[in-house]
Design a binder for this molecule. Structure first.
Ligand code: ATP
Ligand code: MG
Length: 412
């Protein structure tokens, strides 16, 4: 892509209400634009990263044999009355009426709809188990939308649901999703701590949260450095210095961003909404459910928070909007211009996603923008262009190397 044609409205100053580093940077880098409190447009660069995260999720969930579907955001109140949540959910639920005065909501989560999807199908134990997921926009009228994509009122989530005939089978899915989540977050450049959580609103048995340790997180995590114990303070009530319930060492407390959340739902929805199957003895039983949420837009935000300085982003390789950024120091110079274009074509022909800064801007302006845009590998075409040489920059290592144009592909 030629940068002159890419819509990337970088800003000199962050919006006044942007409190945390990632929110400031994402606005300045032209990744997102606020429409109203907690409501954002994903601009082309930001949306590219979102799609990369989604692709990683799809690949990892394919590995555990979960199938993708897409449910409606617009949900009739009848199903929520069946589950009992129409009255329980409270003001976070975005409610609206159609022209006939019937009640609907904009889905904050999809337990009701997914149960309606499967309940006519699961006549027998032979149809079980299976896992379904979707990637979709969710709506929640959050009390305090803030920190950019961290707490939106409209946000992108991957939500998955499993349907098991037995508790043992639910355990197997729970473990598979745990492993898939660890891998997904790793590929997004995020180390996560798994902490047991309060089941809260959804109701059910066991639950775990995936936390990215960060001072801008909204949760307090008690954890142990000796063993892998971790718990949400909200749930455990443990404090800094208390003995670890697992190994006795002193516990620590730090803030975390919750990027994912998995629950053993059990039969809450299958009982209330009558999703039953015939077991091997011909007896009807409620199907045993698990649900697995992953905040995609929040993952993007957490990744920026972890992989940036005040004025620069360095994207983790697998989610970077482009792999290589070509920056001619002076695009008016014929040699630099021609060499930059030549390398640009070669990389593109070899399937490498590359951004060429073909603007007639001062070098300083271009480098400032490049720092914000955050592409990890840079090819700077400058004075050495006369000898067919360019500077290759690996921003992860802060390494520069003069490279012959014929060696660039090998280098990458
Ligand atoms: P939180 O405690 O942060 O409100 P939650 O327990 O309500 O989260 P879930 O309902 O389990 O979250 O949603 C699954 C995932 O969706 C969360 O782990 C988080 O990553 C993401 N998420 C939840 N609420 C929001 C929001 N308002 N904006 C962006 N992402 C969100
Ligand atoms: Mg919430």
């Amino acid at each position: 892509m030629k940068q002159s044609l890419l819509f990337v409205p970088t800003l000199k100053d962050a919006p006044k209400d942007a409190e945390v580093k990632s929110h400031k940077l994402m606005s300045r880098a032209g990744l997102i634009k606020q429409v109203a409190a907690g409501i954002y447009t994903y601009l082309p660069l930001g949306y590219k990263v979102i799609k990369n995260i989604e692709e990683i999720i799809r690949q990892e969930l394919e590995k555990i044999d979960a199938s993708e579907l897409l449910m409606p955001a617009l949900q009739p109140s009848d199903l929520w009355m069946e589950s009992g949540r129409w009255d329980e959910y409270g003001p976070e639920l975005m409610r609206l009426q159609d022209r006939k005065g019937r009640d609907f909501c904009l889905g904050p989560t999809h337990e009701e709809i997914i149960t309606q999807v499967v309940r006519d199908y699961i006549s027998s134990y032979k149809k079980l188990p299976f896992a379904l997921y979707q990637i979709q926009t969710k709506f929640r009228d959050e009390m305090r939308p803030r920190f950019g994509l961290m707490r939106g009122r409209e946000f992108i989530m991957k939500d998955a649901y499993t349907f098991s005939p037995t508790e043992e089978d639910l355990d197997i899915w729970y473990k598979k999703f745990t492993k898939a989540y660890i891998d997904i977050f790793k590929r997004c450049g995020l180390e996560t701590k798994i902490v047991s959580s309060d089941v809260g609103q959804i109701g059910g048995d066991e639950a775990d949260e995936f936390m990215v340790m960060s001072e801008v997180g909204e949760d307090n995590i008690t954890y142990c450095n000796k063993c892998n114990y971790g718990a949400n303070q909200e749930h455990s009530g443990l404090n800094e210095g208390d003995p670890c319930p697992k190994c006795g060492a002193d516990l620590l407390v730090a803030r975390g961003i919750e990027v994912g959340n998995i629950f053993k739902l059990g039969t809450k929805y299958s009982e209330s909404m009558n999703a039953k199957f015939m077991d091997q003895n011909g007896k009807p039983k409620p199907v045993i459910m698990g649900c697995y949420g992953l905040g995609i837009s929040r993952t993007l935000m957490a990744s920026v928070e972890q992989h940036s300085t005040e004025n620069a982003i360095i994207w983790p390789k697998e989610i970077s909007p482009y792999q290589v950024h070509i920056i001619p120091v002076n695009y008016k110079n014929e040699e630099q211009h021609d060499l930059a274009l030549e390398i640009y074509s070669t990389l593109r022909e070899n399937g490498i996603e590359v951004l060429l800064d073909d603007r007639f801007e001062r070098a300083g302006v271009k480098f400032k923008d490049a720092d914000l845009i955050g592409i990890p590998f840079r090819i700077i075409v400058g004075k050495d262009a006369t000898e067919g040489k360019v500077e290759f920059v690996n921003r992860y290592k802060d390494e520069k190397q003069l490279v012959n144009k014929s060696d660039i592909l090998d280098y990458i």
